[in-house]
Design a protein around this ligand. Structure first.
Ligand code: T4K
Length: 400
């Protein structure tokens, strides 16, 4: 099998036509207003409010700062129960608030926080739960809400991957006390970089506005020690234009997802997440698969490395687990995290993005199957070589 001529990465940002973006830039040039709550940002906020069906939202320069500031705005301290199977920014946001992350295991189907295991980790110092809608898969919303209510904990979702996801025809933004979205370039929906918080308590709006703008109330009053995490006009412009394409983007990724599922369904050792229930309208932002070394014939890492020879650059989102990074290793972990460890060892996310040609998706599947066949036949040849040798029949198969 021939490698791809050009590299195929795990993702590639969609961009609106350059002419469209340039037209938008004209307004910025005319206004000479680049950041600090400009007119395009205000327009973006309104359009997003329509999309996520709440005006209780705030925009930030990126998702990490959004989460960090969100936790601060809600006054979270002590301990927070969270998942180790996520991008490290989820945990960093806790660390920057001097909050102790308490890692809980994940469930094996969709890799979200295992709600059944949360209660056993609650201590007098627990103030919140921070689950992640990882790969856009909604967490166990009902159960988590029930636990949060019962123990008077705040429920804050990291929905970095979940823009556009709906549950029971409700935007995922409307669940929990607060939800963070990332609009980073690598996301299905992006604003170059960017972050959004949606929240339940309307009083948070002004707190968040202060926190992301140095705590400025006016020229002479600073009401809290805020930072600088504002979204600028260029980001807002991209965000507005990208909203026109969101449905197309999701539809294309859905198509890609179903091709991978269909083409690889009979390949032993490749496991897809089960289809989500009808109640979920998914965004198909990632294609995660689990590689079972014994059945597949290669380990996940061998497949990941071999695919590079074909110019296919998959990613191991999320390996290693956050708790295994040097900066978090000193944290004691009371749960064995059995499922999370197994998933992290096997996970591979396959390329998916709007411009990925469907033929190329088929070709990626062909390459994966080819790599497997090659390996299986090598193993068979080796067995043929070794077994007769062990039996003392022949040293090499060609000796026979
Ligand atoms: N919570 C969760 C659960 C998250 O996944 C993230 C971010 C956050 C919180 C924090 O949100 P932000 O603060 O980022 O808004 C990427 C992203 O940088 C990161 O945003 C994302 N999660 C994470 C899952 O993926 P890397 O280190 O894998 O990115 P990178 O630069 O290796 O890009 C991946 C591939 O994308 C490249 O191989 C090529 C392609 N690419 C990338 C960029 C930036 C492009 O084609 N064009 C581009 O401009 O982290």
């Amino acid at each position: 099998m021939q490698p791809f001529e050009n590299p195929i990465y795990v993702t590639r940002p969609f961009l609106p036509p350059l002419s469209e973006f340039c037209e938008g830039l004209q307004e910025i040039w005319d206004n000479h207003w680049l950041t600090n709550y400009g007119p395009i940002l205000k327009r973006f906020e309104k359009q997003l409010a329509d999309y996520v069906e709440t005006e209780k939202l705030s925009l930030f320069t990126n998702g990490t700062l959004a989460l960090q500031i969100g936790l601060q705005g809600m006054g979270i301290s002590g301990e927070v129960i969270t998942t180790p199977f996520t991008f490290v920014a989820t945990t960093h946001a806790l660390y920057w608030n001097k909050i102790r992350p308490v890692f809980c295991d994940i469930e094996p189907d969709y890799y979200t926080l295992d709600a059944e295991k949360v209660e056993s980790l609650i201590t007098p110092w627990t103030m919140a739960i921070l689950p992640v809608h990882v790969f856009g898969h909604p967490c166990n919303l009902e159960k988590l809400q029930e636990i949060a209510r019962k123990h008077n904990l705040r429920l804050i979702y990291d929905a970095a991957h979940a823009f556009g996801v709906r549950v029971n025809d409700k935007p995922i933004a409307l669940f929990g006390d607060m939800t963070m979205f990332s609009m980073h370039a690598t996301k299905l929906y992006h604003s170059l970089e960017g972050g959004m918080l949606t929240f339940h308590d309307p009083r948070l709006k002004s707190t968040l506005n202060y926190l992301k703008n140095f705590g400025f109330k006016n020229e002479v009053e600073v009401v809290m020690p805020g930072t600088n995490a504002k979204m600028n006009e260029m980001q807002a412009l991209m965000g507005i234009q990208m909203l026109n394409y969101i449905e197309n983007l999701i539809n294309k990724q859905k198509e890609i997802d179903s091709i991978y599922r269909a083409c690889l369904k009979d390949t032993p050792g490749i496991r897809f997440c089960p289809q989500l229930p009808q109640s979920v309208s998914h965004n198909y932002s990632y294609v995660p698969v689990g590689i079972d070394e014994e059945e597949f014939g290669l380990s996940r890492d061998e497949l990941y490395e071999t695919l590079k020879h074909y110019n296919v650059f998959t990613r191991r989102y999320f390996y290693p687990l956050v708790c295994d990074f040097a900066c978090y290793q000193s944290l004691s972990v009371s749960h064995p995290l059995t499922v999370a460890r197994r998933v992290a060892e096997r996970i591979l996310t396959l390329p998916t993005y709007y411009e990925l040609k469907l033929d190329d998706v088929h070709r990626i599947c062909d390459i994966i199957r080819h790599i497997q066949r090659e390996r299986v036949s090598k193993i068979q040849i080796t067995e043929n070589l070794i077994i007769p040798h062990r039996r003392g029949v022949a040293k090499r198969s060609w000796d026979r």
